[in-house]
Design a protein around this ligand. Structure first.
Ligand code: CMC
Length: 494
């Protein structure tokens, strides 16, 4: 939109729009509320189809609002997390992230995010007990985990595991129990929702640890009692039968802080996916599995893994300038930099730096740290990144801590997904209970494809050839050189 043309401000909280195609002026019928206008109101702005215009534009049916990548579209009202990306502020339910990281724990913060207030001692004890006592999974789950290939990516395992978990809980499935299962807001509906929340948070660490152990060829461990959330997780990952095994308190605490920092970040890609999926009223396990799938991408939760792969490929501080030049030529991406919302440093990255120092005191510094520092220092001063307001995000440093703690590289996104189930559940619960019920999320498209055309029998069609408009021949991965050289009936089919 261009600059404003005049400044006759009134106290009227409305929006007036002139459609220069028709000369008509519209006042959007809904008040500007919370500095937001309704996109649906723009449907009233209709114009006749111009003779040269495509019918598929549906111009007489009203104006559409386009927003590729959701740059300025608010899809829900939320009371959970506030981010001011220009000032580098992150608050959960009003509490600054710095205060929570210093004084709270992951499970206390989970309570806060989901239920809206900090719990009393008794409420926290009950919540902790519920979550921790829901950490066990059915013994059959062992077969499920063992069915993966030895080198399966743990995010593929975790994503599938959440969907698998849902198969045990028909009581949590609106397709079986009725569509109002979670939207009723009555006592039994809320209790049912809480049970799924306890289960998902409680079992997230168990599923993650099983995804880890299956690739190590280790037996699974029954979640031990008497440990903290992250202590129990570390135990389940690492215990090999030693007597009185207790995870390092430094690592347990550091992981708890990292979990708390990753617990929520309002409507990022994965949370939006959970809500989009949940808006069809599917069960929460399927919605969480969808969230995991979205998180796995290298632009989102997979960035912590991508940062380390990038640092390994850079190799040493001396290679940083050449790497940055290749980023500027758009041949490479500087993983761990940039954010849709933060236009200054991500406030979590400062806390993570401090946590890294605590961890390095007991683990020793990661050998990639020097390269990371050199890259960070050069990028924050470089005009290309300054001009585009690209600063380090949460993933720039977190991978270095996970590496120092000895987690395998491809396990890093799992360490992001496990705590993030808390935020996903908080948003899912909020949506289920929102006033007016749940509306299915169904965005619009701008159709730019073919106009109507008639079917042509196969013998009469012109052949369409070219990249992207026909499937490419691909080698069959299962066919070895030996098979290619072998003789057998039907060989032409290869
Ligand atoms: N390296 C190089 N250039 C970049 C980067 C980067 N990491 N990020 C953005 N840019 C450039 C981009 O090319 C564009 O330049 P131009 O205007 O000249 O075309 C400009 O900066 C604006 O970028 P954008 O792609 O329009 O920004 P976006 O808001 O759509 O994307 C992002 C945000 C996080 C996907 C992107 O910054 C990125 O790809 N970063 C690297 C991946 C990463 O670290 N992801 C973790 C994000 S934080 C935690 C989480 O959400 O999981």
């Amino acid at each position: 939109m261009g600059r404003p043309t005049d400044s006759n401000a009134t106290t009227d909280e409305s929006l007036t729009v002139r459609d220069n195609r028709t000369g008509k002026t519209y006042t959007v019928p809904y008040r500007i509320k919370d500095n937001t206008v309704s996109a649906a109101a723009f449907k009233a702005i209709a114009a006749p189809l111009r003779p040269e215009e495509r019918v598929e534009n549906e111009t007489p049916k009203g104006l559409r609002v386009s927003d590729k990548g959701f740059l300025n579209t608010a899809v829900i009202q939320s009371q959970i997390t506030y981010i001011d990306g220009d000032a580098g502020i992150l608050r959960y339910r009003g509490y600054p992230i710095e205060q929570l990281a210093l004084h709270s724990t992951h499970l206390e913060t989970a309570y806060l995010l989901i239920y809206g207030t900090l719990p009393s001692e008794k409420q926290l004890r009950q919540f902790d007990n519920e979550v921790m006592s829901h950490s066990y999974v059915h013994a059959d789950a062992e077969n499920f985990f063992r069915s993966f290939r030895y080198d399966a990516h743990p995010m593929a395992i975790l994503t599938s595991a959440f969907a698998y978990l849902g198969s045990y809980y028909g009581e949590a499935n609106p397709s079986l129990q009725g569509q109002k299962l979670f939207t009723n807001g009555d006592r039994s509906s809320l209790a049912n929702m809480d049970r799924q929340i306890f289960r998902i948070i409680g079992k997230a660490t168990t599923l993650a640890a099983m995804a880890y152990r299956v690739r190590q060829g280790r037996e699974f461990v029954i979640p031990p009692a008497g440990l903290s959330y992250t202590g129990q997780f570390l135990y389940q990952m690492d215990h090999l039968g030693q007597e009185n095994y207790k995870p390092s308190p430094v690592l347990e605490k550091a992981l708890d802080v990292l979990f708390l920092l990753h617990a929520d970040h309002e409507l990022n890609a994965s949370c939006t996916t959970v809500l989009q999926t949940g808006s069809s009223l599917v069960d929460p396990y399927s919605a969480i599995a969808a969230g995991c799938a979205s998180l796995y991408g290298p632009l989102h939760g997979g960035a912590n893994e991508a940062v380390i792969r990038m640092l390994i490929s850079i190799g040493s501080p001396g290679n940083v300038p050449a790497f940055l030049e290749s980023v500027k030529r758009r041949e490479k991406v500087l993983s761990g930099f940039g954010h849709r919302v933060y236009k200054t440093s991500d406030p979590r990255s400062f806390i993570i730096r401090k946590t890294a120092d605590e961890v390095f005191k007991v683990t020793g510094k990661d050998e990639l740290m020097e390269t990371a520092m050199a890259l960070h220092d050069a990028a924050i001063k470089d005009e290309y990144f300054v001009k585009r307001q690209l600063a380090p995000n949460v993933d720039f440093w977190s991978g270095l801590i996970y590496r120092a703690m000895g987690f395998p590289l491809d396990f890093f996104p799992v360490l992001f997904a496990v705590p993030r189930v808390v935020g996903w559940l908080a948003h899912w619960r909020q949506m289920m209970l929102q006033e007016g019920g749940v509306k299915i999320w169904r965005p619009r498209q701008v159709y730019v494809g073919s106009a109507k055309r008639d079917y042509v029998p196969i013998g009469n069609r012109p052949v369409v050839r070219g990249l992207k408009v026909e499937p490419l021949p691909v080698p069959h991965s299962g066919i070895s050189k030996r098979t290619e050289l072998a003789e057998f009936t039907g060989k032409s089919k290869l």
